[in-house]
Design a protein. Structure first.
Length: 82
């Protein structure tokens, strides 16, 4: 049972870490597009900007959920170590 729990823990932790990498990549891409629009290098419609903002908000929620998951996984282990 311990081995089974450890395997699930490590898989969930890896998924959460991968989510954070995904979030960082897309946040950078979205921020670059927003900066180009601000500098008038790339014209975008209001709808396009609205989509970028919505996507950014969803990515932020994903980052928060991944961080909460990692924290929830680490807290019981840290209390066992102490």
């Amino acid at each position: 049972m311990r081995k089974q729990f450890k395997g699930k823990y490590s898989k969930l932790a890896q998924v959460s870490r991968n989510s954070l990498v995904f979030v960082e990549y897309f946040q950078n891409a979205i921020n670059e597009k927003i900066e180009k629009v601000k500098k008038n290098k790339t014209p975008h419609s209001i709808e396009d900007m609205n989509r970028l903002i919505t996507c950014s908000q969803k990515i932020q929620r994903l980052a928060e959920q991944a961080n909460v998951t990692l924290t929830n996984l680490e807290n019981p282990l840290m209390s066992l170590i102490e």
